[in-house]
Design a protein around this ligand. Structure first.
Ligand code: SAM
Length: 326
């Protein structure tokens, strides 16, 4: 499956729920986040069918995300169903880690390969300030459990926020070294008006973070997938890595191989673009597999060449990361 610019689509990110047990200030409002009724979310049956269809169109990697995927009951059951699809070679999960300690083993047994865990701070008070819940110790236990269970690689995702966690960049790198894992710093992206952090004032570039890290550590370029949005470095003399994801300062659209399925069944061919197809409607209308494939191929072909986050006139009032899953 290719788009009009010749980019092959091999990676599907599925948000399985729009709810979350945290309220990170760059992602969701503290109160009044609107959620879909549960029956409006794709069922596991529907998600598994969609995955099978996508796999026949060339999808080889699936990531389960959210909202917070581990708040949806029996997520290991969905993991198992996706794992059963032979064409899907890699199955990953993005989580805030709060419920991971209890679920890591079950998920691994159900066929999950690897996990990305959000962690913006190692300070309990700051965690409460950012996530608006006192859950840091649960996340840290979840990270340890993921490592012990053999979910590999474990990657930490840290959103860079000026004046909030910029003083912890080196601590987070040391944490990654101590655990022999990868920490990836992500530039803050502008999302909708509900978010209580100004994306311009709070912005800290990956370049700035990298300079800070290089004052203390030697970073050796590390080869990643061609399509990876992260620039990854091995930290010399350690088993740890550090990655930088710069959606604003470095446009990686030219290599983008991703599709995103929202929990309500809307398919997006660009994270920052519009919803391109109501897959739920098709799945629930009795459309044949061939018809669904055709519709997917049509919208994929029309994918935009790049996002327009850097255009000053672009507003993101209709975009909330927790609905799309990052
Ligand atoms: N709950 C899961 C988690 O915490 O990873 C999955 C969903 S979360 C929306 C996916 C990723 O998006 C997280 O790493 C989160 O930090 C990131 N994210 C959310 N809002 C963001 C923003 N405005 N800018 C950059 N990253 C953001």
């Amino acid at each position: 499956m290719k788009d009009q610019f010749g980019r092959e689509l091999t990676y599907l990110r599925i948000s399985v729920v729009d709810r979350c047990n945290l309220r990170c200030l760059y992602c969701m409002p503290a109160h009044g986040a609107g959620f879909e009724a549960w029956e409006e979310l794709l069922s596991y049956e529907e998600i598994a069918r969609a995955c099978k269809i996508f796999s026949e169109l060339g999808i080889r990697k699936v990531r389960i995300t959210g909202g917070e995927p581990l708040v949806r009951p029996h997520i290991a059951e969905l993991t198992f169903r996706i794992r059963e699809i032979p064409e899907i070679r890699e199955l990953a999960l993005s989580t805030n880690g709060v419920f991971l300690k209890a679920q890591a083993r079950k998920l691994k047994a159900a066929g999950l390969d690897r996990v990305n865990i959000s962690l913006d701070t190692l300070d309990r008070m700051k965690f409460q300030q950012i996530a608006r819940m006192d859950k840091l110790h649960h996340v840290l236990e979840g990270i340890d459990e993921a490592i012990q269970t053999g979910l590999h690689p474990v990657k930490i995702n840290t959103v860079l926020m000026k004046g909030i966690n910029e003083d912890e960049i080196l601590d987070l790198v040391r944490f990654a070294i101590e655990k022999s894992i990868e920490v990836r710093f992500i530039e803050l992206m502008p999302t909708n008006g509900l978010v209580q952090l100004d994306s311009k004032e709070g912005f800290l570039s990956c370049e700035g973070a990298k300079e800070k890290i290089e004052e203390q550590f030697s970073l050796l370029p590390f080869d990643t997938y061609f399509s990876s949005p992260a620039q990854v470095f091995q930290i010399e003399g350690t088993a740890a890595r550090v990655g930088f994801i710069s959606p604003l300062s470095c446009v990686f659209c030219a290599r983008c191989n991703r599709l995103r399925l929202k929990a309500n069944g809307a398919l997006k061919t660009c994270l920052h673009g519009k919803e391109d197809l109501d897959l739920k409607k098709l799945l629930r209308s009795g459309a044949s597999t061939e018809e669904i494939k055709k519709r997917i191929e049509e919208v994929v072909y029309m994918r935009p060449e790049q996002h327009f986050l850097n255009e000053p006139q672009v507003r993101h009032n209709d975009f909330q990361m927790s609905y799309v899953g990052g």
